[in-house]
Structures are given as structure tokens and as C-alpha cells.
Design a protein around this ligand. Structure first.
Ligand SMILES: [Cu+2]
Length: 342
């Protein structure tokens, strides 16, 4: 594959190519490029940790692939995004790239895409827009958490190690999206059956990058396509010094307390706004409904371990206990992943 094609395939190709490392791979350029990507609005079912099959919609990588979340896009300031969105469902949908900061207008939108129609975005990214974004469907209040969402990373022009110009640095190619979502199967069912949308929201499943954890001893423990602990898109894996950028996005209706063991995180942004100073925190409040945090996990030797260690396995989980369950009780089958020092 030549370089141009490599860039064109964007997230989908990278996700496949990079499987096993789980990073957002990025090579900065001196010149701008056009990043082309096609998504298919489709639907399907996925089996939850308690065996229940739940209906989802997604921005699929192919006409039939259920992509939860959508494969990411990574690009740099000055690039032109050329996004094609094909609506294969009966309802009207759209594709909106949310603004950088809370309250900012969307960066771009396809407008409404009728059943069977194709929507387009052609958008050249101005300077000063580096950061983490969520794209989603907002035709209804719930399409986003039904699965129609994904992450967009805009790098500063020419940089592979900063979140924004002058930010603290991470190691090149060490960056991840953590996209959180929570699922009320009653809502998903109502959409599937085209019946009245419930007026209450009772989440029963919690996901990170579309998956829930399967603790040791559980069926599918250790399977990277099922177990969020082992998903290379989510798992924090590195050696001492492998400073890793975490782009946390909340697609769901529940707020979360994101907690890393082993190291505190360097908290760079809150809902798209650069923090006045970098605080080191082990728990970060991630607001519901498009909440957003960028932080660096420093991969420093865990300071509290004695005797000192440089290797080991630690959890990242959410300190809102509900989110660590599935099906109303199964503990440790929720949104968590692994932190591996190797
Ligand atoms: Cu904890």
C-alpha cells in the first residue's frame, strides 16, 4: 500500500493494521492532505456479558459491519476531511462533528440524510483546532448512544507528540481513544421495534470502545474482540517512559469517574478547554452527554509499590460502581480495561 492509500483508508485500515498494538498511529506531514473516509449507517445486534442480544445502530466500516464505536479518524490541522456517509436504514440520520469546547457549534455536518441517501462533508481544518472530537448522529436525542458515534483526533500541524501547540508531550504513536457508552436495552428495543421511546433511562450495560470486560474465569476472558481488558484499542500497554495520551469521550447518558491505578494522569483538558495548569489526578470526572477529557498516562514507575517495580498489571475502571456491572449485577463485566507495564 503506498502512502497516499494508507492515509486514505484512515481509521478502518489502521485499526486492522495496528491490531495488536492498539495505538492511534500517526506520521506528521509538512503538507496538508485530504483524508477520505466512508461510513455506512447500519444496524445489528451484539451479545452483552449476560448473554442478552441488544440492537445497535452504527457508522459501519462496511455495509454490514456493526462498528461500535465507528473507526476513528486521525488527521492534522490544514487537512481536508472528505467524509461520505451512506444511510442504509429506513429512518433519517445525520453525521455531525461536534465542536472542540462545550457549547461550540459543530465543526461540520452532513445535514439530514434520508433513507437510502448519501451525505457528504468536505471540511478543511483551520489552524487552532487540534484536539479530540466526537462525531455522532443528533437527529434524535438518543441516536448517539444507540451506537452512532466515533472519535476524531486532530493533531497540531507537523507534530506527533503534542495534543495542541505547546502541550505537554506524549510519546509518538502512543495515544488512545477511550469512548464510553451506556446501554438501556429497553430503549434499543423500542427503536428496533419502532414503538414508543421510553421516557426513562435505565442503563444495564457499560462499554469502553464498544466492549465490556470479562474478568478471569469468565467466558471469553482474554479475547481481544470481546474482552475490554484485552482490547488493543483500549488497553494501556507500555514500558516506563511510554507517556500515552488518553482521549476520553463520553457518548452516554451517565457521568463517570475515570480511575487509573499505578499512576496519576496529567490532566490537560476538560470538555475541550485547556486547563490553566496541569494537575496530576488518579480520578477524573467525565461528564455525561459529550463530556471530554484529554490526559497523559505517564508510565512512571508506580510510586506506591514497595519494593519498587517497573512491570505489572493494574486496572483502569470507573469509580461509579454501577458502571462496573452488567445486566443489573454481574460485577466486573462493565467498562474497564487493563494497564500493563512491561
Ligand atoms: Cu480504582
Amino acid at each position: 500500500m503506498d502512502r497516499r492509500d494508507f492515509l486514505k483508508v484512515g481509521g478502518a485500515g489502521l485499526a486492522t493494521t495496528m491490531m495488536g498494538t492498539g495505538i492511534l498511529s500517526w506520521t506528521p506531514r509538512a503538507e496538508a492532505a485530504t483524508i477520505s473516509k466512508t461510513y455506512y449507517i447500519n444496524d445489528g445486534t451484539r451479545t452483552m456479558p449476560d448473554g442478552v442480544s441488544v440492537y445497535f445502530k452504527s457508522f459501519g466500516d462496511s455495509p454490514s459491519a456493526l462498528s461500535l464505536p465507528a473507526s476513528h479518524i486521525i488527521c492534522q490541522e490544514g487537512d481536508t476531511l472528505s467524509i461520505t456517509v451512506i444511510n442504509r436504514l429506513l429512518k433519517t440520520h445525520n453525521f455531525v462533528i461536534g465542536g472542540l469546547k462545550a457549547g461550540d457549534p459543530p465543526l461540520a455536518s452532513t445535514g439530514n440524510i434520508a433513507s437510502g441517501a448519501t451525505g457528504k462533508i468536505t471540511y478543511t481544518i483551520p489552524a487552532g483546532k487540534a484536539g479530540s472530537y466526537m462525531f455522532y448522529d443528533n437527529v434524535t436525542s438518543y441516536n448517539r448512544f444507540l451506537g452512532l458515534h466515533g472519535g476524531l483526533a486532530i493533531m497540531p500541524s507537523g507534530s506527533s507528540t503534542t495534543l495542541y501547540a505547546g502541550s505537554p508531550t506524549f510519546k509518538a504513536n502512543k495515544q488512545l481513544f477511550w469512548i464510553l457508552n451506556d446501554i438501556d436495552p429497553a430503549l434499543h428495543n423500542a427503536v428496533r421495534l419502532n414503538t414508543t421511546i421510553p421516557s426513562t433511562f435505565t442503563p444495564r450495560y457499560f462499554t469502553i470502545n464498544g466492549l465490556s470486560s470479562r474478568p478471569p474465569g469468565a467466558t471469553s476472558h482474554g479475547e481481544p474482540l470481546i474482552d475490554a481488558l484485552y482490547d488493543p484499542r483500549s488497553k494501556l500497554s507500555g514500558s516506563v517512559g511510554d507517556r500515552t495520551l488518553l482521549r476520553m469521550l463520553n457518548a452516554g447518558m451517565c457521568s463517570h469517574s475515570v480511575h487509573t491505578h499505578a499512576n496519576h494522569m496529567e490532566w490537560l483538558t476538560n470538555n475541550g478547554t485547556v486547563r490553566p495548569s496541569v494537575w496530576k489526578k488518579d480520578s477524573l470526572y467525565l461528564r455525561n452527554n459529550l463530556g471530554k477529557i484529554d490526559a497523559i498516562f505517564p508510565f512512571a514507575p508506580p510510586p506506591d509499590a514497595y519494593p519498587p517495580v517497573t512491570t505489572g498489571h493494574f486496572p483502569m475502571h470507573l469509580h461509579d460502581e454501577m458502571s462496573q456491572t452488567a445486566g443489573g449485577g454481574l460485577y466486573q463485566f462493565g467498562a474497564m480495561t487493563e494497564i500493563e507495564f512491561h
